[in-house]
Write a protein that binds this ligand. Sequence first.
Ligand code: HSE
Length: 417
Amino acid sequence: MSEKVKIGLLGCGTVGSGLVKILANHPLVEITKIAVRNEQRAQEIATNLAIEQSLFTWDINDVINDPEISIVVEVMGGVEQTKQHLLDAIAAGKDIVTANKDLLALEGSELFAAANKAGRRIMYEAAVAGGIPIISTLEQSLAANKIICLQGILNGTTNYILDLMKKEGKAFDEVLKAAQDLGFAEADPTNDIDGHDAAYKVAILASIISGKQVDVNQIYREGITKISKVDINSAHKRGYEIKLLGMIFNDEDEIDARVHPVFVPQDNPLASVAMENNAILVKADAADTLTLIGKGAGSLPTASSVAGDVLMLARGNSIAPVTSESFAKIKAMDEVENSFYIRISMHDKLGVLRDLGEAMLKHKANVKFIDQYDVHGSEAHADFLIDPIKEKELKAIIKDIEAMDSIKAVESVIRVL
Ligand code: HSE
């Protein structure tokens, strides 16, 4: 039998441990070295996984410079230092598998350029939506299609929070706390709840779809911290569910790429994606519409994608990374058109609805419905839905509404799919 392809691991946390389990006794590949923080960590992991402690090192260079290792798997996280380690590994002739979305979204262009120049491969299926094979679907299965649009629940933590807010009628803070206690949400949840994690994933997907580099800083991003129980109930009552979506619309000469909460119609497959699951809906010109739903995180699901990349490389079947060094033009958010849900509190006075109607007319916004409710004493609430208008028009409407004497506050503005 021919010799196994040798793999080195940088990091052995949740995903790395899953990979060790999946690849144990694999006939084609073998993990021969694992770099971790220190000796104590090595002992803990070796005991947990029932593997030899001699596999471990606490010097990353032992992996990078091992002439027998041909594939370096990076599952340690981090950006600047990790980039340098991977550049060193590429220079040492290794192919790379990484699950690091932050690194790819922020520094991918430098890494891919180095890999291209050295004739090496970087594979990153696990960087987007964990166990869902979206990268290979776009790069291989749909390679002959023009992708018209992609809409995805790309962050499990926020989907879990929104789902529980709906099912248990609890407020955002309460559910976040419960999610942290259960270990779903990080102690510092900013990356998830403010949409950074989803934006990194959108940048990676938009880069594949456009065939160009995408600057993550140009992607419009809004998280879920302002979503209230009232919005969730209003959405549900009207035939929608609120989801945090990453969206990419592939226009001829520019990409509309963004992350924000959306009213998703209940008959859209994304609306019923529950708990911490991820889901991605792709519309392609030939294949038409497909939806992938599955685990976006977790040890074995994420390691499954990493292992798939490792095996592709080991079999010599890997695909070429994005080659263009030019940057995609990202559509300015002000020019993007959306339908909107707007919720306001107002004084219960004669003429309030007429004033609102005039503001809509002034900006040519067609109101689909308006609902006034909870009239208590001198205060009333209303929500309404308007047909697609440009974001800059919406901003002007909100400014006009906020300036009205009869309006107490614009409580919520959420886009509608
Ligand atoms: N924190 C992410 C999520 C998983 O909640 O989906 C890793 O990207």
